[in-house]
Design a protein around this ligand. Structure first.
Ligand code: TYD
Length: 143
């Protein structure tokens, strides 16, 4: 499983297996094999208006891998010290995001589908939804 580092800590792109033949491409994900955590939850975003912004939060504990199953969208990433952006458009490439990485998503193409594989069930108390609070916690944890 090849990994491509990004300009922030706690986020990287990972290549999933792709089985291609004249009938099309097939990608699979096996627990413990292709994802660096135990899969506890899968959710997906669809019918996203092209001018919508999603995300806008970080997590205290949650790890995720994000895929563009169809179409494309941009993900802005911020580890509290460095920022970068990546556009996802290949269903065979996942974006791993560790705990304590702020993310925002925008520029969804028409019909884009974003699938997220997560390490924990949904828990609102795991979210930082306030950027200043996230930055403070991020800097405190690095002291
Ligand atoms: P949110 O995480 O803010 O979405 P995004 O990061 O894509 O902008 O969640 C939006 C709403 O959906 C919020 O009210 C919580 C709810 N939700 C669940 O009930 N379960 C889930 O697994 C997720 C991801 C969200």
């Amino acid at each position: 499983m090849a990994i491509h580092n990004l300009e922030v800590n706690g986020a990287y792109l990972l290549d999933l297996p792709v089985v291609s033949d004249p009938r099309g491409d097939l990608t699979f994900i096996e627990n413990q094999q292709h994802i660096p955590f135990d899969i506890a939850r899968v959710y997906y975003l669809y019918n996203v208006p092209v001018d919508a912004q999603r995300g806008g939060h970080a997590h205290r504990d949650l790890q995720q891998v994000i895929f563009a199953l169809s179409g494309s969208f941009r993900v802005l990433l911020d580890d509290g010290q460095h920022k970068t952006e990546v556009t996802l458009r290949n269903p065979g490439i996942g974006l791993y995001i560790n705990r304590m990485v702020w993310r925002e998503m925008d520029f969804f193409s028409q019909g884009a589908v974003c699938m997220v594989i997560a390490s924990n069930p949904y828990d609102e108390s795991d979210y930082y939804r306030n950027y200043e609070e996230f930055i403070e916690a991020s800097h405190a944890s690095k002291k």
